[in-house]
Each structure stands twice: as C-alpha cells, then as structure tokens.
Design a protein around this ligand. Structure first.
Ligand code: HEM
Length: 292
C-alpha cells in the first residue's frame, strides 16, 4: 500500500483514539475524578469546543516549540556547535544520517536536548492545578499554607533558571549536563515536563523525537543567522532570545525569525537527498533506519 494511504489510515485511527481519550477525560470516566479537563470543558467559553483546546495544547507543546527554540539557540549561542558536530562526525561518519543506534555514543546530542528544554521551557509557567485539600508546604525553611481550591502554577522557568542549580542560566550551554570526560551527568532531573501525578506522559516520545531531529539537523546543516536586510523593514533582522522574543499563552514559542540552513558539504547534501528519495518511495525504508 502506498505510504500516503497508510499514513491517512493511521491518522484516522489516531484521531479516533484521541477523541475517545478526550471524551473519557472530559467525562471523568478515565480517572473517576472531577478532573481539570472536565471542569475546563464544562464551562462555556466563547471559543467553543474545548477538546480543540486540548488537542492544540498536545500538538503545539510537543516538539515543535522546542525545535524552534533549538534553532534560535544555534543562532544566538553557537559556541557549542563545533564540539557537538565533531562528536557526530567521529561516531556517525559522512555516509549516513545518525540513527537511534548511535544514541548512547552521542552524549553531546543528549545534552543539547536537555539544554533545549531547560533554556526556554515550552510551557514556562506550567499548567495550572487546583489543590484538593488544605496543605502546608515548606520551602527554604519557611512554611506556607495553601488552602484547598487554590490554583497552583509550577513556574518551570524559575526552577530551570535558578542560579543555585545552573550557573549562567540564561546562556545555552549543553556542556553543563556533561562531566569533564564528556559523559552525561547521572543526576538529571527537569521540571520542564511538569510534576507528580499529572507529569507529561509524552516525555520519552518527546525526548526521542527531539534527539533524532537535532542529531539529523546538526549532522546535515550549519545553521546561521540570515544576512541582509529584512524584506519588510529594510533593516537587519534583530534576533531576540529574551522574554520579549517569545510569545504564547500556555506554550511559549520564539517569535518568527529567519534562519539559514546550509548543507555542511556536497556529500552531506547527497546523503540527505538519497534518504529523502528513499523514504518518499516507501515508509518501510525509513522506519527500520530510524529504529536503528
Ligand atoms: C518538548 C515536548 C513537551 C513538553 C515540554 C511537554 C510539557 C508538558 C507539561 C509541562 C505538561 C503539564 C504537566 C503538569 O500538569 O504538571 C504536559 C502534559 C501532557 N503532555 Fe506533554 N510535553 C511535551 C511533549 C508531549 C508529547 C510528545 C506528548 C504525547 C505524545 C505529550 C502529552 C501530554 C499529555 C497527554 C499531557 C497531560 C497529562 C495529564 O494531565 O495527566 N506531551 N506536557
């Protein structure tokens, strides 16, 4: 069966599954509880069908925002790129794209993924939760009373930018996750995917997706600022990785920016074209390669 027809069938299957999961979450059937999802969906909103909001949340939070953030980091903090590309070149070589089979031997790419979700978390204020009972929380020797019914935000950005945890938190430095021998530090934890019972269940999927996308992008391209004037203003584009450079409500994505992707060599371009042609012909060619 041609891959587009199969992909359509998968998509339909996925939509049905997703709709069912949303219906069960909204009705409280899945957890037997009065969930945030059901409360949110019950209240009439001018935007209409709330399942669309949830759909959009899952879709946009995914890896898209993190990948845009990664590209902005390549442009604004490029100091680490040579080292990461050297590791890819040493391990993978010039004749094929990286695959998951290389993952354990490319700790630098793993560190780039960790730094991407730390540096500018896609959900920087977390997702609001409502406390179900009175609670007392201890923080830095102080005790705080949180009454039942309080809306609580876990401000991921503040945690990931705590200078007590990370030196120069505003700077993109994947090496912070590596020891002096270039091995991954073992004490990794992140708040970028939330906390506790409702922590993001998509973490392995998100990390794997980001890993393979970042590895392939770095293997293939040099990514740099666009030169020359902005077509709209006639001025050089002003890149911005501050708060003002990001936009969104629950998710926080970089504002649109131009980027140049330059194949690292003629050979790299040939390999990518060859793989692209193969996977255009048959998805079965791509999947085993991606699985490694
Ligand atoms: C870089 C990518 C991603 C980031 C930064 C991210 C982040 C988050 C955050 C912060 C939450 C809220 C957790 C909380 O309430 O404490 C969340 C929830 C959720 N995420 Fe993700 N996520 C990502 C990718 C994904 C992917 C790929 C999937 C699905 C395959 C996914 C599925 C979900 C679901 C279903 C929830 C709701 C969980 C619940 O309320 O029980 N996420 N995510």
């Amino acid at each position: 069966m041609p891959w587009r027809t199969r992909a359509k069938a998968y998509r339909q299957h996925e939509d049905e599954l997703y709709d069912r999961l949303v219906r069960e979450a909204v009705s409280g059937k899945s957890s037997g509880m009065n969930t945030w999802a059901s409360e949110f969906a019950r209240v009439d909103k001018p935007e209409g069908d709330q399942s669309r909001f949830m759909n959009q949340f899952a879709a946009t939070v995914k890896t898209t925002v993190a990948l845009q953030t990664f590209i902005l980091a390549c442009i604004m903090h490029p100091e680490w790129i040579n080292k990461a590309q050297k590791q890819i070149d040493d391990i993978v070589g010039p004749d094929h794209l990286p695959s998951f089979a290389d993952r354990s031997r490319l700790p630098h790419i793993e560190a780039v993924v960790r730094e991407t979700v730390r540096w500018r978390p896609s959900v920087r204020f977390g997702v609001p939760h409502e406390s179900t009972a009175d609670d007392i929380v201890e923080y830095n020797g102080e005790h705080y009373f949180i009454p039942a019914g309080t809306t609580v935000f876990d401000v991921t950005w503040a945690i990931e930018h705590d200078p007590g945890r990370y030196a120069n938190p505003d700077s993109f430095e994947p090496e912070r996750f590596l020891d002096v021998k270039g091995k991954l530090l073992s004490n990794y934890e992140t708040s970028s995917f939330g906390f506790g019972r409702r922590i993001c269940p998509g973490i392995p999927f998100a990390e794997q997706t980001l890993w393979i996308e970042i590895a392939m992008l770095l293997w293939t391209f040099n990514i740099r600022k666009a030169q020359g004037p902005n077509a709209e203003t006639g001025l050089a584009f002003r890149y911005d990785d501050s708060d003002a450079g990001f936009t969104g409500n629950i998710t926080s994505a970089p504002r649109d920016f131009p980027a140049v992707f330059e194949a690292r060599s003629v050979r790299h371009a040939e390999v990518v074209r060859r793989d692209w042609e193969n996977c255009e012909k048959d998805l079965n060619v791509l999947l085993p390669v991606a699985k490694g």
